[in-house]
Design a protein around this ligand. Structure first.
Ligand SMILES: Cc1ncc(COP(=O)(O)O)c(C=O)c1O
Length: 449
């Protein structure tokens, strides 16, 4: 494989760069030098079909020409101006986001990424509700970023490394394959999860709870909320006067076949705020945002906004964001995610019939979770949540060697290709997965049922 040809460069990067979520001395990866559409390649010319949009962020594929052109044009005109001054791409992107998100009359606060979008959304919720130190309701098995506060909000095993400084009320996730309340019907599971949230809010006292922060529909922790969840949660938050924040950082911009994940529930269930990042520029350049409703805007607009980010609304990022949103719109990519997603799920159901190691398949659009189990009856996972399965790791390494990059987390394979992936690329990736799953299953034959 190409990685053997340039060991010195890899070694150098390993020695001087700190890489997230890995042991520094163990980091070893090829150097990527280019990309186009759903593929990228390394400096030996080895190509990879990107089946995860990198960190579920390159929704437009790599090097989308419209986004590149917009960044170049803005760089020629004006790279930077602080938010003390106006900037045309900033205004235009805010207007466009309000339009496509059905947040008419709202406002947009620009951040640099997803974590600071979530932190600022919680600030806004506290100020708008008058609950200055109000608690945040957040799920087990959730992820909202790796800053100090957002790791507190995240229900993630990695959060144990962060001291608890935020007031967080932890609630059960709508993990219907393994319903925390024992229901086998997904919507019954979802309703019980929302009842649990009600109990938690009532126990704390609604006056002490500023916000509910949730991934809207799907997350890389494998939770895919069923239809009834969001609508019931929306009703509960309205009734209790608790601000509902949809974390759309991963689910947004067509990932699940809608512009935003909460839209699966319907326009009447629009949250009070939503947070964006990743797909907002298709990851071509960093950008995040908090979009607030007309009501939250009305509660905040006459007061001083105590936020400070030097690069808030950076013109280069906003120009990229505007080009990205136009690309989703004009190239029909949201509908493409929905349609291609249906074909993807049909193929995954066939895979499930062939491989008993697949316990469950869930998701929507071009976001699919494949949950792997040792035993379909007991649903015992191939590794406990938070752990690493050596066989699955080997599957990923072999797939890379054969030209496909898959994302895995504990016992989950997450398929989230760029929305521009071709049918042929998708078929190639799935056929390789089929082959590799057979080999992987064979290594644990005897435990499969
Ligand atoms: C749902 C969700 N929220 C927030 C974040 C944090 O975003 P960022 O890494 O841009 O800070 C992520 C990143 O993976 C995410 O998936």
């Amino acid at each position: 494989m190409s990685t053997n040809k340039i060991p010195e460069i890899h070694k150098k990067e390993q020695q001087v760069v700190m890489h997230s979520w890995c042991v520094q001395q163990e980091w070893a990866a090829p150097t990527i030098t280019g990309g186009q559409g759903a593929q990228f390649w390394d400096d030996s010319g080895h190509h990879y079909i990107d089946m995860s949009s990198l960190a579920e962020c390159s929704n437009l594929g790599h090097q989308h020409p419209r986004v590149i052109a917009a960044i170049k044009a803005q760089a020629d005109q004006l790279c930077f101006i602080t938010s003390e001054w106006g900037a045309e791409p900033r205004r235009a992107l805010a207007q466009k986001l309000l339009e496509v998100s059905e947040f008419e009359g709202g406002r947009v606060f620009f951040t640099l990424a997803g974590a600071d979008a979530n932190e600022n959304a919680v600030k806004f919720a506290r100020w708008a509700s008058g609950k200055a130190a109000g608690a945040v309701v957040a799920r087990q098995r959730s992820y909202h970023g790796a800053s100090m506060a957002t790791m507190n909000f995240s229900g993630d095993p990695r959060g144990d490394k962060y001291p608890l400084t935020e007031k967080v009320l932890r609630v059960a996730p709508p993990y219907c394959y393994r319903c925390p309340f024992g229901f086998s019907d997904a919507n019954a599971c979802a309703r019980e999860c929302v009842s649990d949230i009600r109990a938690v809010i009532e126990q704390a006292g609604a006056a002490e709870v500023a916000a509910v922060l949730m991934e809207s529909h799907a997350g890389t922790n494998g939770i895919v909320a069923p239809a009834d969840y969001w609508s019931a949660l929306h009703g509960l938050c309205a009734e209790q006067d608790v601000v509902l924040i949809a974390d759309e950082v991963m689910a947004g911009f067509g990932r699940t076949g809608k512009w935003f994940g909460w839209q699966h529930a319907g326009a009447e269930f629009r949250p009070d705020m939503m947070t964006l990042a990743k797909g907002i520029t298709g990851a071509h350049i960093p950008l995040g945002a908090v979009v607030v409703s007309a009501d939250i805007n009305a509660r905040l607009e006459a007061s001083m906004l105590y936020t400070g980010l030097t690069y808030s609304g950076h013109p280069l990022s906003c120009a990229a964001g505007l080009a990205a949103v136009r690309a989703y719109e004009e190239e029909g990519l949201i509908a493409r995610s929905h349609d291609l997603g249906q074909a993807l799920f049909a193929q995954l159901q066939q895979l499930k019939q062939r491989h008993t190691i697949i316990g469950d398949i869930r998701g929507a659009g071009l976001f699919a979770v494949i949950e792997l189990v040792n035993n379909r009856t007991s649903r015992e996972p191939i590794v406990a949540w938070g752990g690493v399965n050596a066989g699955l790791r080997a599957l990923v390494n072999e797939a890379r060697r054969q030209g496909v990059s898959f994302a895995v987390r504990s016992n989950l394979l997450i398929l989230a290709p760029p929305l521009v992936i071709t049918e042929t690329e998708l078929a190639t990736a799935l056929s390789l997965l089929d082959k590799l799953l057979s080999q992987f299953s064979a290594t644990i034959t005897g435990t499969l049922s």
